[in-house]
Design a binder for this molecule. Structure first.
Ligand SMILES: Nc1ncnc2c1ncn2[C@@H]1O[C@H](COP(=O)(O)OP(=O)(O)OP(=O)(O)O)[C@@H](O)[C@H]1O
Ligand SMILES: [Mg+2]
Length: 458
């Protein structure tokens, strides 16, 4: 539940004390005061979820404080209390941003109804914020008719109906997030929140707060109390994206919330209970990570109740062209240009390319081509920007192959190239891993693992 801390501002001692006691009995944490000065002091001290605010106070009008609260981006919700019950004053408070008002004398049942209303509104508001965050991803279904994709779709439909944890594996850009969204959309929880957390995106220290939230002042920068993603997803689905990147210390805490369904916020001592369906994705072989000691075995089994493997694009046969045409239509529409087609040789190039970046690479290539295409002319292969034949599945000419292999570096494995490149960037950044990770487009933990893996001394 989102509402925890409440302030009561009323100069009538009887009303104030009664409300305070009743709210405390319902386990809310309550602070109360009889004037505006006291209220400002309380509000500056901590972050609150809800304020019951009297309209007339000894040192001014409640509306003055209402205005101050509304000026803040993340302030508490306000319910006005009025002894005068005039519709005009209530309406003007609502126009200023008050959530609701109650007319004195009121019963505690009335207050309970208001608090419940505030709680559900607040939850909706927070969840909507995250929905907006994710809305850039496509909501369309999984496109494809090849055997592996048909099998994938069947499995997704079956597994969606259960509330079991699902571990979605697959190479980069194969559509793991798309599969996760489909699992959610076809589940019984489709009307409940769907929250995503990218385990690779933030630093280790912030990750715990991202998961579990924090109390005000629990670390530098924690200026307000904040709910974590587990709390936001309560009753719904949580997607742990790129789970292999999660720090070892957090793995134990994650295991606890999955097993016991409870946790504490960072800097807090209250135990919070949640019911959440967990989906996770990874592009690494988690079993290998378990063997290497990077990933807890018990956590692996917890997450992997149902494994779903998303096939690489190169194994999807004719789906490659089907997807290419789907993306062509999509981007032609998006960029508002006249309908165009791929030339025959371009289709051929699409079919023989190995697509190491999978569906995402294909979509990006098609979008690029759409932007570069000349109006009225078919799209030629060079517009796809696929580079030389090094990536094609069937290098067409022997001489081209020979030419490529005699070029410097052609004998090097991908690992050697990566190792050399990391070393170079680390040297440029004078060993600063944070800077180097930024330049390389990796997260710090991944970089650290690679430094260990390649035994790089810097
Ligand atoms: N079968 C499909 N049909 C239609 N679009 C797809 C399909 N598979 C993937 N896509 C699209 O390709 C893009 C990449 O997919 P997604 O982000 O789900 O991949 P991912 O496996 O999570 O990638 P990464 O490993 O990089 O996180 C998205 O725009 C997605 O909508
Ligand atoms: Mg992804």
């Amino acid at each position: 539940m989102a509402i925890e801390k409440i302030v009561v501002v009323d100069d009538e001692l009887m009303i104030r004390k009664a409300l305070e006691t009743q709210l405390r009995n319902k386990r809310y944490s309550v602070a109360s005061t009889g004037d505006l000065k006291g209220a400002r002091k309380i509000l500056s001290r901590d972050s609150f979820d809800l304020v019951f605010l009297d309209l007339r106070l000894p040192d001014g009008e409640g509306t003055d404080l209402l205005e101050e609260i509304m000026a803040k981006a993340d302030g508490p919700m306000v319910v006005m209390m009025t002894g005068y019950g005039s519709v005009e004053s209530a309406v003007s408070c609502m126009q200023m941003g008050a959530f609701d008002y109650v007319v004195k004398p009121f019963s505690f049942e009335q207050i309970e109804v208001v608090v419940d209303k505030v709680a559900s509104f607040d939850k909706m508001r927070r969840v909507t914020k995250y929905y907006v965050e994710q809305s850039d991803s496509q909501s369309s279904d999984i496109v494809g008719e090849s055997e592996p994709v048909e099998q994938l779709k069947t499995l997704v439909n079956k597994v969606a109906k259960t509330e079991a944890s699902v571990l979605i594996t697959g190479e980069n850009g194969t559509g793991k997030e798309l599969v996760a969204r489909e699992l959610y959309r076809n589940s019984m929880l489709a009307k409940e929140p769907y929250i995503r957390v990218n385990c690779a995106a933030v630093t280790e220290t912030l990750m715990e707060s991202e998961f579990f939230g924090h109390e005000k002042g629990s670390f530098t920068g924690a200026t307000e109390r904040r709910e974590g993603r587990f709390e936001l997803a309560d009753g719904g689905t949580l997607l742990l994206d790129e789970i292999s990147e999660i720090a070892p210390g957090l793995q134990a805490k994650l295991l606890r919330v999955l097993q016991e369904k409870e946790f504490e916020r960072v800097g807090g001592n209250k135990t919070i209970q949640v019911k959440v369906r967990v989906l996770a994705t990874t592009n690494r072989d988690l079993i290998k990570e378990v063997e290497k000691g990077n990933f807890r075995e018990d956590l692996y089994y917890r997450l992997n109740v149902f494994p779903i493997a998303v096939p690489p694009l190169r194994d999807r046969g004719d789906d490659i062209m089907l997807l290419a045409n789907t993306f062509l239509d999509r981007h032609v529409r998006r960029h508002g240009i006249d309908k165009i087609k791929f030339s025959k040789s371009c289709e051929q190039a699409i079919k023989i390319h190995s697509w190491p970046g999978n569906v995402r690479e294909l979509e990006n290539a098609v979008e690029r081509a759409v932007i570069l295409a000349e109006p009225g002319k078919a799209i030629e292969a060079d517009l796809l920007g696929l580079g030389h034949l090094g990536n094609s599945r069937t290098p067409s000419s022997k001489s081209m192959k020979e030419k490529l292999s005699t070029e410097s570096g052609a004998e090097e494995s991908m690992e050697e190239v990566e190792k050399r490149h990391i070393m170079k960037v680390l040297t440029i950044c004078e060993g600063n891993r944070t800077h180097a990770a930024e330049k390389l487009g990796l997260n710090v933990r991944t970089l650290r693992n690679k430094i260990k893996q390649y035994e790089l001394e810097i």
